[in-house]
Design a protein around this ligand. Structure first.
Ligand code: EPU
Length: 453
């Protein structure tokens, strides 16, 4: 198992290009199941989750070819796929358990193949993650859904002895917390091939949903209103080929903004989706971080320079569905706030248990007090390096950020979590001046053994 060894204290400065978005790429990739035509995605990052999705789609009868772009500073590689065997319809537990986003295959596969069997994803480190709204939405479109041996079994009832089609309907996709991102993606994708019009109320407004709608429309779908809480989909009989460039990763960009903030750094991000990061940038602005970007360029792919001084102001922040502050940046911002000049308050409203990083930050000298879904962060003058354990993707990024600023050596164990969502993070941070190495546990143990001899 790999780990990062970070000697903190270096000020980060330089330039890097933001990669294509993982969370856009995953549901977009399952769009290949909606057609038998060629399907090309560009700026696809080279990440463990993307590799898992490629494996799943290959198992579901697609030819899959990925040409990586080995330049550490390119936005990503090219993925060329095509559904060649449309008789398969089972997404097995062995694949689904490695990646919850596998659930995105359900809607597209059902809509085109008339049947889908997808293992029910379990919980994960950030909490219970139900899929009831996905199923409610597909049921409203006429799917017959049951649970069998841990699998979701969905099928479209046959009509007059012939294969049936999903039927357009008005679907409410909200839960107690707000909308669901992958649930909206699933229902929206399935509805493109339904008979008649579907209206999704309380749809997720995330930029990844807009990117999906744009790709589906390029395939011949008729999706209107994506990015707003009401999305209308006029069903079509079939979809055609596509060649689509994925939006840049707002969470990767937001994380490197935090890296500038926590190291009093000066980082310029190219291919930066500032339009999708307004809430995050607003919080950083209140902390005293300066962000400059060219307002006349494409706000989803602009250049943004982030500079931070020694004093960071404390703030309050609550995670919300887009365009509110994203849960996927809560842990990283918490690392920065550990060094702010006063008390900050962070409230998590999307995944209320997403605080596994709190105890690990405490090992580095952070002063954090958790009450339910709120954490009070009492800023300290400095963090000290320590061995810490990564528990999930964004918590890992938080610990790396803390390590960059901490005094002494921080060892972040289990960085495979990080590899799910950040491509070559150590190389990119090193290029900005960080003292960070990837070592394997075996090497580290050898180091301990020789140190003891
Ligand atoms: N929820 C339900 N029922 C459902 C679906 C969701 O109650 O049927 C609840 C969840 O428990 C949660 C809230 O709704 O409280 C929001 O969950 P959502 O469905 O929006 O999450 P998701 O679509 O499964 C995506 C991202 C997550 C990100 C969330 C929220 C992907 C692959 N994953 O998950 O990304 O945190 O949206 O923005 O797009 C990450 O990248 O680290 C990550 C976890």
């Amino acid at each position: 198992m790999d780990r990062f060894e970070i000697r903190g204290g270096n000020r980060l400065a330089g330039r890097l290009t933001i990669k294509g978005s993982k969370n856009a790429a995953l549901p977009l990739m399952t769009g290949v199941l909606l057609t038998d035509q060629p399907f090309v995605l560009r700026d696809v990052p080279e990440l463990a989750d993307i590799a898992n999705m490629r494996r799943l789609l290959a198992e579901l009868g697609c030819s899959v070819e990925y040409t990586a772009d080995n330049d550490v500073d390119s936005p990503g590689g090219v993925l060329t796929m095509r559904a060649v065997d449309e008789t398969v319809s089972h997404a097995r537990y062995e694949v689904v358990r490695t990646m919850r986003a596998s659930i995105s295959a359900l809607g597209p596969m059902l809509a085109r193949r008339g049947a889908a069997r997808v293992s029910l994803p379990g919980g994960c480190a950030i909490g219970e993650r139900p899929v009831d709204l996905h199923l409610r939405g597909l049921t409203a479109l006429g799917a017959d859904i049951t649970l069998d041996s841990g699998d979701i079994v969905a099928r479209i009832p046959r009509a007059g002895g012939r294969a049936g089609r999903l039927k357009g309907a008005r679907v409410f996709m909200g839960g107690p917390f707000g909308s669901t991102v992958l649930g909206t993606a699933n229902v929206m994708s399935a509805a493109t091939l339904a008979e008649g019009t579907t209206i999704i109320e309380c749809a997720a407004c995330e930029p990844e949903i807009v990117d999906l709608a744009n790709m589906l429309n390029a395939m011949g779908a008729k999706v209107e209103g994506a990015g707003s809480p009401r999305v209308t989909i006029h069903g079509v009989k079939e979809l055609g080929p596509v060649d689509h460039r994925i939006i840049p990763d707002r969470i990767e960009a937001g994380t490197y903004m935090c890296a500038a903030a926590i190291t009093c750094g000066d980082i310029t991000l190219d291919n930066c989706p500032v339009d999708a990061l307004m809430a995050h940038m607003d919080r950083l602005h209140h902390m005293g971080v300066t962000m400059q970007f060219d307002a006349s360029s494409d706000p989803m792919r602009t250049t943004c320079r982030i500079t931070a001084g020694r004093v960071l102001n404390p703030i309050e922040v609550t995670t919300q569905p887009h365009p509110g502050f994203p849960t996927d940046l809560q842990a990283q911002l918490m690392a920065v706030l550990c060094l702010a000049d006063g008390n900050s308050v962070i409230t998590e409203r999307i995944f209320t248990e997403r605080f596994l990083h709190v105890a690990e930050l405490g090992r580095m000298g952070a002063q954090l007090y958790r009450q339910g879904s709120t954490v009070i962060v009492s800023g300290v003058r400095r963090l000290t390096g320590a061995p810490v354990m990564a528990s999930d993707l964004r918590a890992s990024a938080c610990l790396v950020l803390a390590g960059l600023a901490a005094h002494g050596l921080t060892t972040v164990n289990r960085v495979y979590h990080l590899d799910r969502g950040y491509e070559r993070m150590e190389d990119r941070l090193r290029a900005l001046g960080a003292d960070i190495q990837r070592t394997s546990e075996k090497e580290a143990q050898t180091g301990i053994a020789s140190g003891m001899a």
